[in-house]
Design a protein around this ligand. Structure first.
Ligand code: DX5
Ligand code: ZN
Length: 221
């Protein structure tokens, strides 16, 4: 599966707020709502103060879904584990600039391994830190909460970086936004230039996930 080319708005539900005991069913439900991407949050308890899933869970899920596996590595040593996530079935891998020793090298390596690559920056991280590598990526991920947990409050100041990054990368690279995205915050981030909207709590905390996805979709237009 390939990340859709830039030019469309995509909603990427984050499984962080899903029922982890029923992940395959939860993903099937959002697939039936017509999304193309599922956002998989990988946390190591070191880069962020929470622990989620690793390559083994992703490999099992791969058998149940044809969605693009957008894999957000919130881990301290992304280069060490990149290959394991590709082998597990990740389609797109995002790592954090704050822990990347040689981001250009890791982007090249991900491309060689056959996946698309993303760089992510935390709310406190200035745009200047990703300026050189953002144009080499397929997607840039802007955090609008501190990574680690779902259902946190959207940080408007962090979202403003989307507009700066859009100027740097032009129209052909996706900009994804992650944290506090719901029908109220969607128009703001879309106006700044985001085209890939991660939403966890706004979808999986609702009993009608399809209606929740449609509400975000409607707000993005
Ligand atoms: C946070 C994760 C997000 C999270 C977003 O560390 O990277 O993907 O699931 O959750 P919401 O949409 O609930 O803010
Ligand atoms: Zn995420």
């Amino acid at each position: 599966m390939r990340l859709p080319k830039a030019g469309t708005i995509e909603i990427a539900p984050s499984i962080l707020s899903a029922d982890f005991a029923r992940l395959a069913d939860e993903i099937a439900e959002i697939e039936s709502a017509g999304v193309n991407i599922v956002h998989l949050d990988v946390m190591d308890g070191h880069f962020v103060p929470n622990i989620t899933i690793g390559p083994q869970v992703i490999a099992k899920l791969r058998k149940y879904s044809n969605l693009v596996f957008d894999t957000h590595l919130m881990i301290s040593e992304p280069a060490k584990y990149a290959k394991a996530f590709v082998e597990a079935g990740a389609d797109h891998i995002t790592f954090h600039i704050e822990v990347a020793d040689d981001p250009e090298k890791l982007i090249d390596r991900l491309h060689e391994l056959g996946v698309t690559a993303g760089i992510c920056l935390n709310p406190e991280t200035p745009v200047e830190q990703v300026e050189a590598v953002a144009p080499l990526c397929d997607m840039v991920l802007v955090m609008t909460v501190r990574p680690g947990f779902g259902a946190q409050e959207f940080m408007l100041e962090a979202a403003k970086k989307i507009a700066q990054i859009r100027k740097i990368v032009g129209p052909n690279i996706r900009i994804e936004v992650d944290g506090g995205i719901n029908p109220q915050t969607t128009p703001i981030v879309v106006s700044y230039g985001a085209d890939t909207l991660v939403a966890g709590n706004a979808i999986f905390a609702k009993s009608d996930r399809i209606a929740a996805i449609n509400a975000i979709r409607g707000a993005s237009k």
